[in-house]
Design a protein around this ligand. Structure first.
Ligand code: ADP
Length: 237
């Protein structure tokens, strides 16, 4: 989207919402928010709000999707019609199919699928308010919801984006920054490791900027990892 000529996203080293360039938006995470899902979580990152719920492990229908000797993960990401300024048309679209796939790929490396042969773990993520970074917030919520459901995992997965606005690399773009910025780079990191399970780039970065943005996004993921663990601790204390 083209930025209006008189719009400035960075003024005196601060962003429009008052954040420093390397500052994440306020993060709130709560585990076990739904009574009927076996695991659930609510995540807020600034104005982005998502809820994740887990069903299963349960039988796989249609049967041909069943995998011998291991479980499968199915993910459905959707955005509520009231989650954005212009009402979003309800129902699946290309973007939600793509994001469901990305969330699934980001989480699969940590799940011990062979614990539940031939079953399915079904994960639903609802975006109830969107202000950029919904795939990152969805991965964060999904990971806590899977842990809350007791699904065996080797670690939590966290996610955060970095990007480029007015030539500067910044952490965790909000809506206007995402719309008018030059690049957006969502990253997911497996806790306790250097492993990246998701890395996407929308826009253009040179090699130096790419390295800087990945490092910054990884630092944001570390902040979120601590909040995920705190949320799970609070739930089971
Ligand atoms: P992400 O939410 O992971 O950053 P995108 O880059 O596709 O994914 O979307 C960026 C932002 O654009 C969303 O978080 C949301 O604020 C806005 N957006 C996405 N889809 C729509 C839509 N159909 N209508 C209005 N705004 C949208």
């Amino acid at each position: 989207m083209k930025k209006p000529d008189d719009m400035k996203l960075i003024v005196k080293g601060k962003r429009l919402d008052g954040r420093k360039l390397d500052e994440i938006r306020p993060v709130k995470i709560e585990a076990g928010v739904l009574g009927r899902a076996i695991g659930s979580a609510y995540v807020e990152v600034g104005g982005t709000k998502v809820i994740a719920g887990v069903h299963g492990p349960r039988g796989v229908y249609p049967k041909y999707l069943e995998k011998q000797g291991r479980a499968i993960l199915r993910v459905k990401y959707s955005m509520a019609p009231f989650s954005v300024n212009d009402r979003k048309r309800p129902g699946p679209d290309r973007r939600s199919v793509e994001l469901s796939k990305m969330i699934k790929h980001a989480l699969e490396p940590v799940i011990f699928f062979d614990e539940f042969p031939q079953l399915s773990i079904d994960l639903f993520v609802e975006v109830i308010q969107a202000d950029a970074g919904t795939r990152a917030a969805s991965i964060v919520a999904a990971s806590v919801a899977l842990a809350d459901a007791g699904i065996p995992m080797r670690a939590l997965v966290s996610s955060c984006a970095a990007g480029k606005i007015e030539g500067k690399i910044v952490l965790d773009l909000d809506g206007p920054e995402d719309n008018y910025g030059q690049a957006d780079l969502p990253v997911a990191v497996i806790d306790g490791t250097e492993e990246i399970s998701l890395l996407q780039l929308d826009g253009e970065l040179n090699e130096k900027e790419l390295k800087e943005a990945v490092q910054l996004a990884v630092s944001g993921c570390r902040v979120i990892h601590d909040k995920q663990k705190e949320a799970l601790r609070r739930r089971y204390q």
